[in-house]
Design a protein around this ligand. Sequence first.
Ligand code: 4NP
Length: 152
Amino acid sequence: MSTSVLFVCLGNICRSPLAEGALRAEAARTGLDLIVDSAGTGNWHAGEPPDLRAQAVARRNGVDISALRARQVRTADFRRFTHVIALDHDNLSILRKLAPHGATAELSLLLDHVEGREGQAVTDPWFGEEAGFETTWAEVTAAARTLARALQ
Ligand code: 4NP
């Protein structure tokens, strides 16, 4: 089974699409063959493209996430993906409850993959200022670098 990573936040329009874009870019840069996707524990934004502020921060960093579309996480994801990575603790605990019997995916918190940031959450930038998206981008990029190395 090839390595596959699903990033999960609440709406799948801010944090997890940025994590998906960052890891796709890092995999391409390092020649790593990886399946990458993202989803939300909520379904309010299903079918929508990423928030324009998320698209903009990715674009400023050379990554186009405009074609991504939000979807809700489903129980099949726990077998389809080898790694399911939550952006914060609330979403991690929702995932733990949703995981069906026979789930094979390894569940983790995104910043557990970043040295010195273990146990921390990627704060939701949705309600805040534009600058929050820069912070999110820096965090997901740091995680993408270590993940790409670890999954090689
Ligand atoms: P995300 O941000 O979980 O990073 O995609 C959010 C986007 C929308 C909402 C919450 C969080 N919302 O409540 O609609």
